[in-house]
Design a protein around this ligand. Structure first.
Ligand SMILES: NC(=O)c1ccc[n+]([C@@H]2O[C@H](COP(=O)([O-])OP(=O)(O)OC[C@H]3O[C@@H](n4cnc5c(N)ncnc54)[C@H](O)[C@@H]3O)[C@@H](O)[C@H]2O)c1
Ligand SMILES: O=C(O)C(=O)C[C@@H](O)[C@H](O)[C@H](O)COP(=O)(O)O
Ligand SMILES: [Zn+2]
Length: 361
């Protein structure tokens, strides 16, 4: 499709780049890659194989070599063996520091491709082309790249900024509805921590809000990217402010680990946000009404709010390995009100468990 009305959201600070949002913007890949690139590796999953081969066909002729690396789907891509497979292709094709990697797929692929680009020759150019809602509003923006290990989620990775991010809404045409809704967990997160307009749009008409064909949908994608861009522009390496983007993730990551990465990230984060809301109410200042608002909005997105009662001890042990933990002390992001996040650290295990009882099924 020809490009129409692209919005450009700037990320500034240590690294400056644009996030393009619109229809047909995939045509702007050469502009984002720049003139010096000779070889390009497109890392993608089978689910977006047609988009990947169309992109390769469009780029061939402009560059010396355009290669495809098809990697396993979803979290199975975020493994060191898969990164090694990509490094092998780069090595065997003599990729140099002036060549580039494109991440094309959901957040799992953009995390992997980012990690591969960050580590190959200590860093080659990276362009992210997210194809899921979650990838567009969160994973591809901000430069957190990484893979999982047996012990936990995203335990190996780097901060590595892309040269640009291209969010072509046309690419969402093939995204299953449940994946669209899982991506909305991160959009709602941005609403809870920083952007009340997101919550208002979801409350006004959730069907229009989550329909990729509507202007409300595009507005929500742009609002969420705007929140992320503002936060990472100020604190790229997560020295402080950036931790707010981890709202719901302390428990959410532990649930993903407990489910052996078979659950969608957004689905686990939904339960994690419900838990963080309960914790904010019990150990902080969040009102009952704000907790109810979490419940209403997340359930309107058909996202889960509960997790089995008997799983607490296992989740607690996994949370000790969370990157936010300091000297064995767990840290959570909680809200004092909608749009007022802060770190909560050093809470008693009994309080943590008490809050868990509120979400236990
Ligand atoms: N780096 C970050 O800042 C950051 C932020 C948020 C999430 N993440 C990571 O992102 C991952 C979650 O991302 P996700 O929800 O996109 O999951 P995902 O990458 O697993 O994609 C979800 C599913 O949708 C499929 N898919 C993607 N685009 C498609 C399309 N256009 N058509 C058909 N199918 C398509 C994928 O193949 C997969 O099966 C997690 O690993 C999470 O840790 C990273
Ligand atoms: O960009 C960030 O910072 C985030 O925390 C965004 C999260 O949505 C994302 O899931 C991120 O990958 C989690 O980071 P981690 O450092 O807790 O692994
Ligand atoms: Zn997340």
């Amino acid at each position: 499709m020809t490009e129409q009305q692209a919005t450009e959201i700037q990320v500034t600070g240590e690294n400056e780049y644009s996030v393009l949002v619109g229809r047909g913007v995939i045509d702007r890949v050469p502009e984002v890659l720049g003139d010096r690139v000779a070889k390009v590796l497109i890392v993608h999953t089978p689910t977006v194989g047609k988009i990947a081969s169309d992109l390769r066909d469009a780029l061939q002729g402009r560059y010396d070599q355009v290669l495809l690396a098809e990697v396993p789907d979803a979290e199975s891509a975020k493994r060191v063996e898969v990164a090694a497979f990509c490094w092998q292709i780069l090595g065997q094709s003599d990729f140099t520091r002036t060549d580039a990697v494109i991440g094309l797929g959901g957040g799992a692929v953009t995390d992997l491709a980012g990690f591969v680009a960050a580590t190959w020759l200590r860093g080659v150019k990276l362009v992210q082309i997210p194809t899921s809602v979650l990838g567009m509003v969160d994973a591809s923006v901000g430069g957190k790249t990484g893979i999982n290990t047996t012990e936990g989620k995203n335990l190996v990775g780097s901060f590595y900024a892309p040269a640009g991010v291209i969010c072509d809404l046309d690419l969402l045409d093939s995204l299953p509805r449940n994946e669209v809704l899982a991506g909305f967990a991160e959009i709602a997160k941005c609403g809870f921590i920083a952007e009340p307009e997101i919550l208002e749009l979801l409350e006004a008409d959730v069907d229009r809000a989550t329909d990729p064909a509507t202007p409300e949908f595009q507005r929500l994608v742009e609002l969420a990217i705007g929140v992320k861009a503002r936060v990472v522009s100020e604190d790229f390496r997560e020295g402080g402010l950036r931790e707010i983007l981890n709202y719901g993730h302390t428990l959410g990551h532990a649930i993903e680990h407990a489910e052996r990465y078979q659950w969608r990230h957004g689905v686990a984060i939904s339960i994690g946000m419900m838990y963080a809301a309960e914790l904010g109410r019990m150990a902080g200042a969040l009102s009952d009404e704000a907790v109810d608002r979490h419940r209403r909005i997340l359930s309107s997105l058909t996202l889960p709010l509960h997790y089995p009662a008997g799983r607490w001890q296992g989740l607690l042990a996994t949370m000790q390995r969370d990157k936010k933990a300091r000297a064995g002390m767990l840290r959570f992001i909680v809200l004092d009100d909608i749009g007022k996040p802060r770190v909560l650290a050093g809470v008693d295990d009994s309080m943590l468990q008490f809050a868990y009882q509120e979400i236990a099924s």
